[in-house]
Design a binder for this molecule. Structure first.
Ligand code: KG4
Ligand code: ZN
Length: 347
């Protein structure tokens, strides 16, 4: 079974070609063309520019993937595409391309929810080549990206219950906005992480938002405003000041994410905790979750995707699509698939 998957929900044009044979996974191609350089000039992703860049890159990226995989389009068994959520002008480029391929080659088209892709990035385990993970359920997934912050409970494959989510900004958005306040550049997450490494996380005592809210929801917009007020107190931000703000901000975010994840894992008696989305690239976040899981949760394992699968890519979309094929769920054709910027995870 060979799947060709496409991802264009934000600022990455990505195509993967993946061969699945039961639990064995052979990645024939995994191409990601990032537009970050262009958007960083504007301090964030500009949807109309993203769309134009996807249009320019879509076919060249597809051609590169086919060349790398050394196969022709008529050898593909199924196409898959991220159909949402994301920026609608960006999503439409990938969805149109996937629909055309599905129509022309008369093969199924599997629409994949972007977050479902981030979740299933955890299923790729490196053993010789790749193997699909066979986890014990229930699983708790912390999804932390530029557009999402959610705690998702999975009782079985493709079964999602959102038990908590942000009521305002996503955590990645908060990283990006704080980086902008510190004039660090875009995307902010990796830069905040770099500055935080050397900073003093105890210098600024920002409130830990909703840490004792009694539910699993999050809020990051007030924290960003607290950082803004703090930066307005100084005339000039030197490097040390920026490092200390970055470290203090990052620790507040980590404290809230870790605390809610541990409480949810205890409440729902999960066997595994996983993480997905761009912010899961943050090594301090992973280190502290791991530490708390070992200290407080007996018999629970913490898993995370390899670093190249944390930010947007099409390989994770292919894995999620394969799970749909395996369980014969959500398989569409070119007529039924639509781009939807606000699509919810179904369960
Ligand atoms: O999943 P992703 O690539 O795109 C969306 O689906 O949104 O996530 C992008 C987000 C950005 O907000 C970026 O700043 C954040 O992930 N990010 C990080 C790190 N690397 C990327 N946040 C914190 N620490 C990082 N190392
Ligand atoms: Zn993403």
């Amino acid at each position: 079974m060979i799947i060709l998957s496409i991802e264009t929900s934000c600022d990455e044009t990505a195509v993967a070609i993946v061969k699945f044979n039961k639990n064995k996974v052979e990645v024939l191609a995994n191409i990601v063309s990032s537009q970050i350089k262009m958007h960083s000039k504007y301090g964030g992703v500009v949807p109309s520019l993203a769309s134009r860049m996807h249009l320019k890159n879509m076919i060249p990226v597809l051609k590169r993937a086919l060349k790398k995989a050394n196969i022709n389009l008529d050898q593909i068994d199924s196409f898959a595409v991220t159909n949402g959520p994301g920026l609608i002008p960006a999503l439409m480029v990938g969805v149109s391309c996937a629909k055309s391929l599905s129509y022309f080659f008369n093969k199924p088209l599997i629409p994949v929810h972007h977050i479902e892709g981030h979740v299933y990035a955890n299923w790729l385990k490196v053993v010789d080549n790749f193997k699909l993970w066979k986890p014990e359920f229930p699983i708790l997934c912390l999804t932390v990206s530029g557009g999402h912050t959610q705690l998702i409970l999975m009782k079985k494959d493709l079964n999602y219950k959102v038990i908590g989510e942000t009521v305002d900004d996503a955590v990645g958005e908060a990283f990006d906005k704080v980086a902008k306040l510190l004039n660090l550049g875009y995307p902010g997450g990796p830069l905040i992480e770099k500055f935080a490494k050397i900073g003093d996380k105890n210098r600024f005592n920002f409130t830990r938002p909703m840490i004792n809210s009694g539910n699993f929801n999050f809020s990051f917009s007030g924290l960003k405003t607290a950082v803004l007020y703090e930066t307005q107190k100084v005339q000039k931000m030197d490097k040390k000041y920026k490092q200390d703000i970055a470290a203090s901000f990052q620790q507040v975010v980590i404290d809230v994410l870790v605390s809610k994840t541990i409480k949810a894992a205890q409440k729902y008696k999960v066997k595994n905790i996983i993480i997905g989305g761009g912010v899961s690239a943050n090594s301090e976040l992973k280190r502290q979750i791991n530490e708390k899981v070992n200290e407080e949760l007996f018999g629970v394992e913490f898993h995370f995707p390899s670093i190249d699968l944390t930010t947007d890519n099409a390989l994770m979309i292919a894995v999620a699509a394969y799970k749909h094929i395996e369980s014969n769920k959500g398989i569409g054709d070119w007529k039924s698939v639509k781009a939807d910027s606000n699509i919810r995870l179904k369960y």
